[in-house]
Design a protein around this ligand. Structure first.
Ligand SMILES: C[S@@+](CC[C@H](N)C(=O)[O-])C[C@H]1O[C@@H](n2cnc3c(N)ncnc32)[C@H](O)[C@@H]1O
Length: 688
C-alpha cells in the first residue's frame, strides 16, 4: 500500500514510456505488475559470472550484476529490437551467510549444501537494483544509471534431513538464490523475516518506488537541468537523497563507447544459454529509430490481424498473466542494416576483426571438438585427469605430435585446462564445459549429437554449394544414396546409422527438454501426443514437469521398435509409444500436440499436411506446441541451422510469424512464444 502511495504520483509519468524489465524472473514480474506499472520483459543475456573476489562487500556484487544486466538490455534493444526503451530495470538477488554468497544451486547436492548451511541460522538477502534511463541523441543513445540495494534478514528453522530432502525433491530450490523461494513451499522453512519481504522474493518494491518517485519528481522540479545531473544516492537503502551533481555511480554513457566498467559481456557460447522472454508490448506501437529517418515505423512484419494474438480462450487469459510474449516483430535485416550504416565511416575495430576471424575459422574449432570427442579425449580426461600429451596419445592410439596440437586447440577453445607440472611436462584436464557436455556420460552429454554432426552433417555441409545451387538435399553426393524422405530412406536404412541418429536426438532432447516442458503452464492438459517423439526423452521431461499429464510418443515403426533402449531406469507408465506415420496414419487423440524439432524438417506443403491432421484431431481449447529455434528467436545459430536443414532434409527454419500464419490457416489462435534458456524457442497456440 505504502509503495502504491509513493508511486501513484509518478504512474502517469511512466505511462506511455517504454519500461523494460531486464529479468525473466516470474516473481519480479508479478511484483511489478501488481503495482500497475506496464512494462516489457527482455531478460538480460549478461551471464552472472563476475568474479566475487573483486568485491569488498556482497551487495556490491549484486549491484554490479544488476547494472550489467540492465545495461546489456539497454544497449541491445536499439539494435536488436529497433526501439530504445525509456527505462531498463535490472536486478540481482543473492543470499549471503558467513561471508559466502549463495546463488542458484546447480543441482540437488548443491541445493542440499546451501540449505543445510542456512538451517537454524540467520542470513541476509541482498537485491541489487539498477535503473538505466535511456536518452536518444542524434548519434546514438546516452545511458544514465541509478543503482541501489536492499538487505533483508531471514532466519531459518532447524531443518531435519527429511525436511531438507522433501523440499529439494519438490524441485522448488533449483532456480532460486540460496536454494529457496520464500513465497511458496520455502516459506515453511522460515522462522522470521526482518525487512522487505518482496526483497527476499527478488525485488525491493518499496525502495524501488521511492527511487522512481525521486527521479520523476526531481525531474519535474528541475526541468532546465541536464538529465545527467539528476541523480540519487545509492547503496544506502535507508538514506536516499537527491544530488545536484552526478555521483560517481551515475554516469552518462554513449552507446558507441561501452561502459567504463571493466566487466563486459562474454560472447555467447555455442550452446546458447540465453534466456529471453520478450513480454507483450505495453504500448501497441513503439518508436523504431532508424538511421537517416526521422519518422517512426510500426513494427508490422506481422500480417495477421491482432485478434489472433489476443487471448480470448480461458486458457489464454490465465496464461497471459505468465511469462509469455507475443512474437518478435522486428527484423534482423533491419538491425544489420542499422549496424552497418553506423560503422560505414570508421575503421574496423578489434571486435570486428575478432568476429570475422571467428566466422572464417569457425569450422576449425568445430572439427577440433568433433575429433577430440570422437577420439574420446574428454572421456579419458574425465576418468583420469592430469595426463600429459604422451599419455593421452598412447591411450587414444594417436601420434604424440598430433595429440599435442589437438590438446592445445582444446585448451584455447575452453574445453580443456592445462597445467605445467614441470617445465617439460604439461598435463590436461576437462574444463567445466567439457564436464557438463562432452564426455559420454556427462549430465547433459552432447557426445552422441557431436558424432552425428561429425558423421552426417559435416559431409552434407561440404556439399553446401550444390545444395544452394540445386535446391535439394545432398545425401546422394555425401553418402552415395538418393533419399526423398531422409528418415525412412537414409537415417533408418541401417541399424548403426539409426542408433546414432536416435542417440543424437536423445542427447539434445535431454539438454533442452526441461526448458521446453516448463515454458508454459500446461496444468490444464491431461493428455499429450509427442509427434516424432523419437526415444521419448522429451516426453519424460513433460511427465516429470506435469504430474497430471500422460504423453503418447508417436514415431515411425523403425524408431519405436528401438525406443526401449532409451527408457529411463524407472520407467513412467504415463509415457507410451505408438508406431505410425504422421503424414498418413490417424494421430492418437490428445489435448496437446508436441512438435519438437519436427516442422523444420519439412517444406511448407508437408507442414500444412501435418497441421491440418492435428487441427482435425483437436477440439477447441486443445493446443499445439512447437519447439525449435526460430529465425527471429534469440539464437544467432538459427539461420545457419536453416542452411543445415536445407542440405539435410530440404526443410527450413521459420520465423515465429510464419508459424503463426500457418497455424491461423488451420484455426489456431492465442499464440504465444517463450525463448527458453536452453536453446529452443517454444511456441504454443490454441484451437479456437
Ligand atoms: C529431428 S527428430 C526430432 C526428435 C524429437 N522430437 C526431439 O526433439 O528430439 C525427427 C523425428 O521425427 C520422426 N519422424 C520423421 N518422419 C516421421 C513420420 N512420417 N511419422 C512419424 N515420425 C516421423 C523421426 O523418426 C524423428 O524421431
Amino acid at each position: 500500500m505504502r509503495a502504491t502511495m509513493l508511486l501513484s504520483p509518478v504512474i502517469p509519468k511512466l505511462s506511455g514510456k517504454l519500461i523494460v524489465l531486464a529479468s525473466g524472473s516470474p516473481r519480479r514480474l508479478e511484483i511489478l505488475r501488481n503495482v500497475g506499472i506496464r512494462f516489457e520483459v527482455v531478460p538480460s543475456w549478461f551471464k552472472e559470472t563476475l568474479n566475487k573476489g573483486l568485491f569488498k562487500a556482497p551487495h556490491e556484487y549484486a549491484v554490479e550484476t544488476a547494472k550489467q544486466k540492465a545495461l546489456e538490455v539497454a544497449r541491445r534493444m536499439p539494435l536488436k529490437h529497433l526501439k530504445t526503451p525509456d527505462m531498463v530495470i535490472g536486478a540481482d538477488t543473492i543470499v549471503t551467510i558467513d561471508g559466502m554468497i549463495l546463488e542458484k544451486p546447480i543441482d540437488k547436492q548443491d541445493a542440499y549444501r546451501m540449505l543445510s548451511r542456512l538451517s537454524g541460522k540467520e542470513h541476509s538477502v541482498f537485491t541489487g537494483v539498477a535503473i538505466v534511463i535511456c536518452h536518444e541523441k542524434e548519434n546514438g543513445v546516452d545511458y544514465q544509471m541509478i543503482d541501489f540495494f536492499e538487505e533483508t534478514k531471514v532466519k531459518f528453522a532447524h531443518l531435519s534431513e527429511d525436511m531438507l530432502w522433501e523440499y529439494i525433491n519438490s524441485g522448488e530450490p533449483m532456480d532460486k538464490a540460496g536454494g529457496y523461494g520464500i513465497q511458496a513451499l520455502g516459506g515453511m522453512l522460515v522462522e522470521y523475516v526482518h525487512g522487505d519481504f518482496f526483497n527476499v522474493m527478488g525485488f525491493p518494491l518499496n525502495h524501488f518506488c521511492k527511487q522512481i518517485s525521486l527521479i520523476y519528481n526531481h525531474r519535474t522540479t528541475s526541468s532546465n537541468q541536464d538529465s545527467a545531473s539528476v541523480g540519487l544516492s545509492h547503496n544506502s537503502p535507508h538514506n536516499t537523497s537527491i544530488l545536484t551533481q552526478p555521483p560517481p555511480n551515475l554516469t552518462a554513457q554513449s552507446s558507441q563507447s561501452p561502459t567504463s566498467s571493466p566487466i563486459h559481456n562474454s560472447s555467447p557460447s555455442p550452446i546458447q544459454i540465453h534466456h529471453t522472454q520478450d513480454g507483450p508490448s505495453s504500448s501497441p506501437v513503439h518508436k523504431v529509430k532508424r538511421k537517416g529517418s526521422e519518422g517512426t515505423a510500426d513494427e508490422s512484419s506481422w500480417k495477421l490481424p491482432d485478434s489472433l494474438f489476443t487471448h480470448t480462450a480461458a486458457e489464454c487469459e490465465r496464461q497471459d498473466s505468465e511469462n509469455t510474449t507475443l512474437p518478435q516483430t522486428t527484423s534482423r535485416e533491419q538491425a544489420i542494416e542499422l549496424s552497418v550504416a553506423e560503422h560505414e565511416a570508421s575503421e574496423p575495430n578489434k571486435e570486428d576483426l575478432e568476429k570475422i576471424t571467428e566466422l572464417v575459422d569457425g569450422f576449425k574449432a568445430s572439427k577440433a571438438l568433433f575429433t577430440a570427442s570422437r577420439l574420446h579425449v574428454f572421456d579419458l580426461l574425465q576418468s583420469r585427469p592430469g595426463l600429459d600429451a604422451t599419455q593421452v596419445a598412447q591411450e587414444i592410439e594417436a601420434s604424440v605430435k598430433g595429440t599435442e596440437r589437438l590438446l592445445e586447440a582444446c585448451v584455447s577453445l575452453g574445453l580443456l585446462k592445462s597445467k605445467e607440472r614441470t617445465s617439460q611436462k604439461t598435463v590436461y584436464e576437462n574444463t567445466r564445459l567439457a564436464a557438463w557436455f562432452l564426455w559420454s556420460d556427462a549430465p547433459f552429454s552432447l557426445h552422441e549429437y557431436i558424432q552425428h554432426c561429425n558423421n552426417t552433417l559435416w559431409p552434407l555441409f561440404s556439399h553446401l554449394e550444390s545444395a544452394v545451387r540445386e535446391g535439394t538435399n545432398q545425401h546422394e553426393k555425401a553418402f552415395g544414396k538418393k533419399s526423398k524422405d531422409i528418415f525412412q530412406d537414409a537415417y533408418f536404412s541401417s541399424k548403426e546409422v539409426k542408433l546414432r541418429f536416435m542417440n543424437a536426438m536423445h542427447s539434445i532432447a535431454k539438454v533442452t527438454g526441461k526448458a521446453v516442458a516448463t515454458a508454459f503452464d500446461l496444468s490444464s492438459y491431461k493428455t499429450a501426443c509427442d509427434l516424432g517423439g523419437c526415444t521419448g526423452a522429451m516426453a519424460y521431461e513433460f511427465t516429470t514437469a506435469h504430474p497430471g499429464l500422460s504423453v503418447t510418443v508417436f514415431d515411425l515403426p523403425a524408431v519405436v521398435e528401438m525406443s526401449e533402449h532409451f527408457h529411463p531406469l524407472h520407467t513412467d507408465n504415463r509415457v507410451s509409444f505408438v508406431a505410425g506415420d504422421f503424414f498418413k496414419d490417424e494421430l492418437p487423440k490428445a489435448d496437446l500436440y508436441i512438435l519438437a524439432r519436427i516442422l523444420h524438417d519439412w517444406p511448407d506443403e508437408k507442414v500444412h499436411v501435418l497441421l491440418s491432421k492435428i487441427a482435425d484431431a483437436c477440439k477447441p481449447g486443445c493446443a499445439v506446441l512447437i519447439a525449435e529455434t526460430m529465425l527471429d528467436g534469440q539464437t544467432p545459430y538459427s539461420a545457419p541451422q536453416s542452411v543445415n536443414m536445407h542440405a539435410q532434409t530440404e526443410g527450413m527454419k521459420r520465423r515465429e510469424s510464419q508459424y503463426a500464419d500457418m497455424l491461423s490457416k488451420h484455426g489456431f489462435g492465442c499464440m504465444r512464444v517463450v525463448h527458453t534458456l536452453n536453446f529452443l524457442d517454444v511456441f504454443i497456440a490454441n484451437k479456437m
